[in-house]
Design a protein around this ligand. Structure first.
Ligand SMILES: Nc1ncnc2c1ncn2[C@@H]1O[C@H](COP(=O)(O)OP(=O)(O)OP(=O)(O)O)[C@@H](O)[C@H]1O
Ligand SMILES: [Mg+2]
Length: 236
């Protein structure tokens, strides 16, 4: 990104990032987090692209309701020949490309081929945790075969820290050998309420608790990107 600092034009050296919200189980919060992260990145002045790979088109539908508040959003449903190259090409010229994916192993394989970061939301339930294990294994396999730059991370989502299962989720996921981000996204009605009127919790209440979670998540993602650019050491 070009910035004007002290009257001098500077090019931000942070490399572009292709981020996929992925998983082998439905309803984990991929679309909610994809939209929230893309909208927050755009609000921070990042050149942001939101790509909806899900044939259901939920992220795209949100963007139509959000109008000028939405980042540029493209609907590219399904896995088609040349899709990986298309995604790489689209990411070029954006600081952050966020891909929302369906619950489809072929779509997971596609994004695992191109993404720099695979983010796997996981709700507090055993079924979500088991699916996260399978998803991370698929990503690690794709990394060893073709996409050596990829990082994969699980983000606890829709967590109620007052419950036993919610409070224990990050450690339970780590005990399964999963790479878990230090931040979590709490279960808050502000997320679906905001999406229902074409907004996000962060845009509606930038100082609210739901916005704080999304800010922390975006910062954790950007820290991973910086780590990559500094070291090119991409193992969890
Ligand atoms: N942090 C959260 N707090 C409250 N509700 C949430 C949160 N994350 C997701 N939800 C809700 O959980 C449901 C599933 O979320 P979402 O549609 O984002 O998941 P998904 O993984 O994209 O699902 P799908 O498999 O349908 O694509 C939605 O009703 C959404 O509003
Ligand atoms: Mg979805």
């Amino acid at each position: 990104m070009r910035q004007k600092l002290d009257g001098i034009d500077r090019i931000d050296t942070v490399p572009p990032m292709l981020l996929a919200l992925a998983g082998l189980k439905g309803g984990t919060g991929r679309t909610t987090l994809a939209v929230a992260l893309a909208a927050e990145a755009r609000a921070r002045g990042r050149r942001t692209l939101l790509v909806d790979l899900d044939p259901r088109g939920d992220a795209h539908a949100w963007s139509l309701g959000a109008g000028s508040l939405a980042p540029t959003t493209l609907r590219l449903p399904g896995v088609a020949p040349g899709q990986a190259e298309r995604l790489r090409g689209l990411a070029y010229g954006h600081d952050l490309t966020v891909i929302d994916t369906p619950t489809d192993p072929d779509a997971l394989a596609l994004v695992a081929e191109v993404a720099e970061l695979m983010l796997v939301p996981c709700r507090p339930s055993p079924m979500d945790a088991w699916a996260a294990v399978d998803t991370v294994e698929t990503c690690v396999c794709a990394r060893s075969l073709a996409n050596f730059r990829m990082q994969v991370a699980v983000v606890p989502n829709a967590v109620d820290p007052r419950t036993t299962i919610g409070a224990a989720l990050p450690n339970d996921l780590r005990a399964l050998g999963l790479p878990v981000l230090a931040c979590s996204v709490a279960r808050r009605v502000a997320h679906p309420e905001a999406m229902a009127h074409g907004s996000t919790a962060s845009l509606d209440a930038p100082a609210g608790p739901a916005a704080r979670d999304i800010n922390e998540l975006l910062e954790a993602i950007e820290a991973l990107r910086t780590r990559y650019s500094d070291s090119h050491q991409l193992r969890h």
